[in-house]
Design a protein around this ligand. Structure first.
Ligand code: GTP
Ligand code: MG
Length: 209
């Protein structure tokens, strides 16, 4: 896939701010600090596209990026950050589910988990939520650079048999070394193409004699 230029297309604090032009969308989901914004920058090959922060809870709105004329990327607020007040946490959950459930242009989601750690309770809740609503996703296991080769393979197998068993693919990624980024980019592109392909028209039934 060639590098279309990605540009910031706006922050949405409520559904009325979501894009309305029907271009396919790719959602990036995962716990706070897992590396969603970093992954967007790596996929785009543009360092300063999405804001990255070492303090969790940096992204609090759904941030949209337009990738050429092909798609939008939606950077969703992360969950599981203990220090946010309960009311703020609830409004994030509401915003994320109001985006995900029944979002027609949503072609595919990218669900990030940290390759180094066991999935958190929040990760498991999200997995059940996605499966319940039949939302298709690729599992990106982030920060692969932080593990040695053997440990990486072992953890990826555990994810494939565990939280990623219903994912369309499970890919180890590193936004720092670029590992897995081309593979993930291809997988996203494939899903967006399949989504855009015109659906076969309904069978008109037997033609009258
Ligand atoms: P929120 O916006 O709070 O939900 O976080 P986020 O998921 O967008 O995470 P972000 O991309 O801001 O990254 C969080 C921290 O993890 C930053 O300090 C990044 O530099 C670091 N980080 C992200 N991806 C990687 C990676 O692949 N490898 C390593 N070593 N660090 C990473
Ligand atoms: Mg972020």
């Amino acid at each position: 896939m060639n590098h279309a230029i990605a540009t910031f297309a706006g922050s949405a604090a409520s559904p009325s701010d979501f894009p309305a032009d029907g271009l396919p969308e790719v959602a990036f989901l995962g716990r706070s600090n897992v590396g969603k914004s970093s992954l967007l920058n790596a996929l785009a090959g543009q360092r300063g596209l999405a804001r990255i922060s070492s303090s969790p809870g940096c992204t609090q709105t759904v941030n949209f990026f337009r990738v050429g004329d092909e798609m939008y990327w939606a950077d969703l607020p992360g969950y599981g950050y203990a220090k946010v007040p309960e009311a703020v946490r609830r409004s994030w959950d509401r915003l994320a589910s109001s985006y995900l459930v029944g979002r027609e242009p949503l072609a595919i989601s990218v669900f990030l988990v940290d390759l180094r750690h066991e999935p958190s309770e929040g990760d498991r809740t999200l997995q059940r939520f996605l499966d319940h609503h039949a939302i298709a996703y690729l599992l990106a296991a982030s920060k692969a650079d932080k593990l040695g080769r053997d440990e990486r393979g072992r953890r990826l197998r555990a994810l494939r048999d565990g939280i990623g068993r219903r994912a369309l693919d499970v890919i180890g990624t590193s936004s720092q070394t670029g590992e897995g980024i081309a593979q993930l980019r291809r997988a996203i592109h494939e899903q967006v193409l399949a989504f855009r392909r015109p659906k076969t028209p309904p069978n008109p039934g037997p033609t009258p004699p």
